[in-house]
Write a protein that binds this ligand. Sequence first.
Ligand code: SF4
Ligand code: SF4
Length: 104
Amino acid sequence: AGLVETVDPYDLEGTMEGFQRAKDFPGLSVVIARQPCVIKARRSGTRPRAFQVSDECQGCRICVEYGCPAIEFEGEMAKINNLCTGCGICAQICPSSAILEVER
Ligand code: SF4
Ligand code: SF4
């Protein structure tokens, strides 16, 4: 029998654990990442969560190196532009907890 892991790709730690279990499994393994397609969600008018960089940003660039096209640098600080789909991964990897969800 194989292994099926279902993960929430917006939960970085849980997703990495799911992939690790799949990798360690000796037989066939499948990982299902369960979240709506962001393109479809945008077209249907679903408003994603929004994130912004606070003054706590230390300019370490870890969030930029992650590679999300919605993160830019302005001066010495990161800045999130309107390409952001609200996944929240940058907030989970920022070592200074400088990326916060915007309350609506
Ligand atoms: S990871 Fe956090 S502290 Fe580092 S540049 Fe990005 S927002 Fe700033
Ligand atoms: S929340 Fe997701 S999409 Fe938005 S800037 Fe952070 S990593 Fe990029």
